[in-house]
Every structure is written in structure tokens, then in C-alpha cells.
Design a protein around this ligand. Sequence first.
Ligand SMILES: NC(=O)C1=CN([C@@H]2O[C@H](COP(=O)(O)OP(=O)(O)OC[C@H]3O[C@@H](n4cnc5c(N)ncnc54)[C@H](OP(=O)(O)O)[C@@H]3O)[C@@H](O)[C@H]2O)C=CC1
Ligand SMILES: CC(C)(CO)C(=O)C(=O)O
Length: 310
Amino acid sequence: MRILVFGAGSLGSLIGGLLARAHDVTLVGRDPHMRRVREDGLRIEGAIEAHTHPRALTDGTGERADVAIVTTKTYDTDAAARALATGRYETVISLQNGLTEERLLAALDARVLAGTVTYGARLADPGRVECTGTGEVTIGALSGGQDPEAERVAEAFREADVTAGSATDMPRRRFRKLAVNAGINGPTALADVDNAAVAAGPAGAVAREAACEVATVARAEGVDLSNGDAVAAVERVAETTAANHSSMRQDRAAGRRTEVDAIYGAAIDRGETHDVETPTCRTLAALLRAWERERELRSADDAGVGTRGI
Ligand SMILES: NC(=O)C1=CN([C@@H]2O[C@H](COP(=O)(O)OP(=O)(O)OC[C@H]3O[C@@H](n4cnc5c(N)ncnc54)[C@H](OP(=O)(O)O)[C@@H]3O)[C@@H](O)[C@H]2O)C=CC1
Ligand SMILES: CC(C)(CO)C(=O)C(=O)O
């Protein structure tokens, strides 16, 4: 299968690198990482060891493949969609957190499938990605039900020894994952605590409220997700990833933009459409955006000082 991975940072490099064991894979990412992959191949270390040789590009326009997998951060989804729209793909799949598939669907003339992933990845150095935890990839129709293409793609993942399956209940899975991210990511980022703090302790109550709000929005969208299921999913993931720093906590610690819009923004916007109140998600989003605004102002200030210095 010809597969293009758009956004080959941590997750995209891991998934693309693993898929290159059985398929014709092109990574689209940034230099110096892409240059090193072209020169030396991609080294996968940690929970999985492999050395593969995918193609590596920095310009993802005008390409063709059977499947494009989007693994940019959620705030780069529209730019990824614009680039993919200049090429030809039968199927496009997002493995990002948050709800991004509808944006891809709006911009692309391709079948868009939903995906979730529980593998963990960290780009350690140019040309070297660490698999921080094995998991599984699940692919399925965005609106649920059987989709033979989802199974065909999942089978292609399995041919490359990536644990993968297709599912008929992607709407529920997407919202359950959104509930997990809404429950864990904001509280752990803002309180600067490990995921364990959500399993037990004062952050747990906030996490449960956020998860219940997402489940209520899901039901308003016709998706069968109970508050109990959403809360149980948050508690289970917080326990199994107890020592982890959530991705949003890592983004905040590194002074990077967060995925607040695709996680809390998505829940708030869809809630508004259905007259569902999301006060906890709104509070978490407002605090995260306040931090992001401060971060932007600080970097603008730094740039100004730099310019004046010259
Ligand atoms: N890492 C993980 O373990 C997991 C991540 N996820 C989700 O997967 C998504 C990706 O996360 P992660 O891999 O950690 O993020 P990264 O930032 O490591 O990877 C994204 C990469 O895409 C690059 N990129 C963005 N736009 C373009 C473009 N137009 N052309 C070329 N390259 C581009 C970015 O470069 P630059 O930064 O220079 O713009 C970056 O290198 C997120 O939604 C995350 O929540 C889900 C599960 C696990
Ligand atoms: C599942 C969880 C919360 C693990 O930390 C995650 O997806 C993230 O950190 O973004």
C-alpha cells in the first residue's frame, strides 16, 4: 500500500516508520529530521526497535498515495488539509487527538476515516523516534457502521506488525477519547501534575465533570456514551498512565501552543449547537487560552526587544 504520513514528528514518525516495514511510506515533516531520515533511515527505539527507510519530504504538496495519515498537532489540521488537497488520496485518516476529521472532510475530496491510537511516541533526535508505549490503532467510518476500507487499512497496519483493528462504533470511541483528553489534559497541564493526580485527589472531581460534559454533548449528537462510561474511561486511562505527563502538560512546560481548541473548543462548540452547557470545559479552556495569550505576548515582546537590540 502507498501511504503518506503528513506531520512526521513524534507520532507520525513512529507510525510511518513502523508501516515502512511492509509498505511504500512517505513521511512529510521538517528538517533536520527529514534530512536525517533521507540520509540514514529512521531509527525506532524504546518499546519497539526497528530501522526503516521511508521517503522523507518537507513539502507535502502534489503527492499521491492510497492512504494519507494526518499526524500534525490539531492546530495545523487546516494547513495539512490544504496541502493534501493539492494531491490525490483515496482515503485520509486522522490519528490526532481532539475532533479534527470534520475539518479534513470539509477540505478534501477523499474518503475520511476516523482513527484513534494508544501508541506513545517522542521524537528524540533527528532521525530517531522513541516508542514510549505500545498500544493499538483503531480505524472506522466517521459516522459509524461497517466500512470495508477501514478493515483494508487496518489489515495493512497489521501486515507491518502494528496492532490495529477496524471498529463500527467510531463516534462513541471518538467522544470517549475526547472525554479522556478533556478530563486529563487540562487539569494536569494547569495544575502541573502527573496523570495519577486525576485518578485520586482534588483534580479528579474537575476531570469527572469535564468528562460528563463531553458525554452529554455526545448524547446530544446522537452518540451512545453514558456519563458513567466517560468517567470510567478517564479513571482507567489515568491509572494506566499514572506516571505520564499528559501531552498538554508537556506542551505547557515547553512553552508550546496547546490543543485546547480541538479538545475543549470542540466540546464547547458542539455543546452550543445543542444547547448543552459545558461550564467546566469552558473554565479549563479559558485558563489554557489565558496562558497561551500570555505566552504569545511574551514571545512578541522578546521579538520586539530583539529587533530593538539590532
Ligand atoms: N506523541 C504521541 O505519543 C501521541 C500523539 N497524539 C496526537 O497526535 C498528534 C501529533 O502529536 P505529536 O506527534 O506528538 O506532535 P509533533 O509536534 O511531535 O508532530 C507534528 C509534526 O508535524 C509537523 N508539521 C506540521 N505542519 C507541517 C507541514 N505543513 N509540513 C510538514 N510538517 C508539518 C510539525 O512541525 P512543526 O512543529 O515544526 O510545525 C511536527 O514536527 C496530536 O494531535 C497529538 O495529540 C496521539 C496519541 C499519542
Ligand atoms: C491519554 C493521554 C491523556 C495520556 O497522557 C493523552 O492522550 C495525552 O496526554 O494527550
